[in-house]
Design a binder for this molecule. Structure first.
Ligand code: ATP
Length: 234
């Protein structure tokens, strides 16, 4: 469904990704792991069109999407939920959700999608008129995921959804990710929390200093000594 072929990318003179290839099949939940600065965010920023690869290509359902702008990538249903959530703090929960559905195609389906988001996250229903800035970190994460659903996600890319959340919310967010996956959504999960990722993802890629150090079924990657080495950045 989504395929990254041998991309290299970076900033100014530095290289953040070097010859990286990954593949995500329709309906899969794939984990992307790695230590700080391994290149995880750069990779999903390439997928969402924010960072342009220097070489290599990205394909979605057979189409080369490497050169597309972020809004064109969103139109295809490839949606990034950014690290740190980035909700609009002075807008209500409802307005934040509506902002997710302003694309040309998303507009017609707004109320249907809103219903689905509010069934998925009853806490957002309770806080619909509240400013997003007053929500807890976990609730903001729900809102950020809900916004992605409003945009009509077919592939949801989650950048560190557990970051800074209390254990209870981490558990809740991961249960939600699991149920979104079970409902048919394709998910790329970027995490530092390797145990939770191994538990939920069927396959994982581990990045080490901009390269794929190891990839395969989570059960295999989990026990490979190379994973620990890459993860600890040794
Ligand atoms: P983290 O888990 O800390 O978010 P990461 O695995 O997502 O790390 P990236 O954020 O992709 O890693 O960073 C990869 C490399 O690119 C690092 O060396 C980082 O310093 C550099 N980098 C990331 N963003 C920028 C930027 N906007 N400008 C310059 N260098 C950047």
């Amino acid at each position: 469904m989504l395929e990254v072929r041998s991309i290299t990318a970076g900033y100014d003179g530095s290289t953040a990704l070097d010859d990286v290839s990954i593949e995500i099949r329709s309906g899969e939940l794939v984990g992307l792991l790695g230590a700080n600065n391994a290149g995880k965010s750069t990779l999903i920023n390439c997928l969402s069109g924010i960072v342009k690869p220097r070489s290599g290509s990205i394909h979605f359902e057979g189409e080369d999407i490497s050169g597309l702008d972020p809004h064109e990538v969103v139109e295809r249903g490839i949606i990034q939920v950014p690290e740190g959530r980035l909700v609009f703090p002075q807008m209500s929960v409802r307005e934040n959700l509506l902002m997710g559905g302003i694309g040309r195609q998303a507009r017609a389906l707004r109320s249907e999608r809103m219903d689905k988001v509010l069934v998925t996250f009853p806490r957002l229903q309770e806080r619909l008129t509240q400013d997003a800035g007053t929500l807890s970190g976990g609730e903001q994460q729900m809102l950020a995921i809900g916004r992605g659903m409003m945009a009509g996600a077919r592939v949801l890319m989650l950048d560190e959804p557990s970051l800074g959340l209390s254990p209870l919310f981490v558990q809740y967010i991961f249960e939600t990710i699991r149920s979104l996956h079970e409902s048919g959504l394709t998910i790329l999960l970027v995490e530092q929390n390797s145990n939770l990722t191994f538990r939920h993802a069927s396959r994982c890629y581990v990045l080490e200093r901009g390269r794929v150090a190891i990839h395969g079924p989570s059960s295999v990657v989990k026990d490979d000594p190379a994973t620990r080495k890459a993860y600890l950045g040794l």
